[in-house]
Design a protein around this ligand. Sequence first.
Ligand SMILES: Nc1ncnc2c1ncn2[C@@H]1O[C@H](COP(=O)(O)OP(=O)(O)OP(=O)(O)O)[C@@H](O)[C@H]1O
Ligand SMILES: [Mg+2]
Length: 380
Amino acid sequence: MATVTFRNVNKRYPNGFHAVHDLDLEIADGEFVVLVGPSGCGKSTTLRMLAGLEEVTSGEILIGDSVVNDVEPGNRDIAMVFQNYALYPHMTVRQNLAFGLKMRRTPKAEIERRVADVAETLGISSMLDRRPRELSGGQRQRVALGRAIVRQPRAFLFDEPLSNLDAKLRVQMRAEIAALHQRLQTTMVYVTHDQVEAMTLGQRIVVMDGGVVQQADAPLAIYQNPANRFVAGFIGSPPMNFVRGRLEGDVFQHVGGEVLLANGDSAGGELPPTDGGSPPPRQLPTRQERPSAWSGPAWLGVRPEDLALDAGGPVLGEVTLDVVEQMGHESMGYFRLAGERCAMRLPADSGLAAGDHVRPRLRPGAWRLFADDAEGKRLL
Ligand SMILES: Nc1ncnc2c1ncn2[C@@H]1O[C@H](COP(=O)(O)OP(=O)(O)OP(=O)(O)O)[C@@H](O)[C@H]1O
Ligand SMILES: [Mg+2]
């Protein structure tokens, strides 16, 4: 077992492409870290540098206390499981599992004991004498996992190990990998672009984009407090809704209307009356309650589950439903607001259908504001 440290690591490929920028990351002993991000963001490059399959252009990578930049992959004592788990087709499962140990001249009795142990853990004991072609995709993936586990490495690296499996098997293997980590308590670095895998497996998620770490934090912290618009939009399904507009003090204005974000009456959430009678005295928001002292172009971000007809907060606007998807326990309504495609949660029995007009409300405190610029930083 070991810690893993990236110190200001950069990767420039021979063609000049700068794939990883100034990566600083400390992974604790026994931690399960997930690297996530869109295709081409540098996840595999990062993992391959750690495995020693790709040279580091600048900076340092440490496993435990030692810098491994110049250590051969075979001497780093880590195991890697790829998407294309190439098993040796002419060998039985038992031989596949034993191969790495045999190469390291492990005593025969020890090999037998460890192979039996790993096969038991992964539920493949009855298949030890089969060849890979006699196994299902999930069983093969389990053998590939077994080959990594049997070596008892200091850390496991996974590069999209489940992406070749069908949806049902993925869910099952995901749970098995989580259980495996529970049992072994070995440091694991897991690459995926599946954000459900990231949310469910990671003790910490590192979100990358364009070779740059955008945020590294616990799954729920990332979900609830995304550092910028990229992270907010990447984590969550359906994704967070974004409406473009202008923030002026407490009021967010978009093409379709305006939303009073801190009306001092967030429990009731009604906009203050604008005419007639004697309106109830409106409490002025304190400095802390204000969404921002900042004025300018901004994006309002709200998750579909925080947008509902009865959400209690201010009304986002009057919209027309384009599509209503029935899911059984709830339904999802889609609409456009200020040109942006948005989704909102609806009760399963709402009876609403495409073409209906609704007034979605924000759940108090559940919206976020992001600067409308390249960085898209969250505004406080
Ligand atoms: N050998 C190489 N030479 C030049 N550029 C490369 C090389 N390998 C990868 N790249 C580029 O580096 C960037 C990062 O690649 P990487 O494989 O790390 O992405 P990734 O995040 O793993 O993406 P995916 O989700 O598609 O697997 C990409 O833009 C890719 O085109
Ligand atoms: Mg990759």
